[in-house]
Design a binder for this molecule. Sequence first.
Ligand SMILES: [Zn+2]
Length: 172
Amino acid sequence: MVVFLAASLGGLASLYVAVGAWLGRYPKMANHPEVFLLFLGVFVVWFPAVVMLRRVTRGAMSRNRMKLALSHASPLIRGLVHASWIYCGLVWAVTMILHVVKKSPTLTNEGVYFTAFLLVFYATAMGVSASVLAMTPEQLDPHCANGHAVGVEARFCESCGASVRQAAAGSA
Ligand SMILES: [Zn+2]
């Protein structure tokens, strides 16, 4: 819960700074030390988010991890997370292309570039924590019918072969 609130606040603050960046408020990051506080905030929310991510994707295929980690978040939150990824990808691509075309040694607008990455980290941490909050204890820590702990994607227990209770997994 704390992580979700912190990530949401950080996300909102990043959004505010990102909008300011588009308005040309932060062309040089070095002149705006307050923006660096948001970078510190990223570490604060990202660490617990990674811990949660590892927990809810235990034993899962790596390419399914993000999908699984967000699977219990609301569609709105999932949409926000995906939007931040797309936005950051676009900003990164455009910045790189401009960089090559103009052959300039500095970034055109550092503020826009860095806040895009801030948004991704905050949005993803928010999405993962929202998803974890929506999960039941059994979904967080699945067991087979005989009580052995199993991986989140397991259908059968690795220890005894019993089927994993699907009631909990299917209820979402
Ligand atoms: Zn078992």
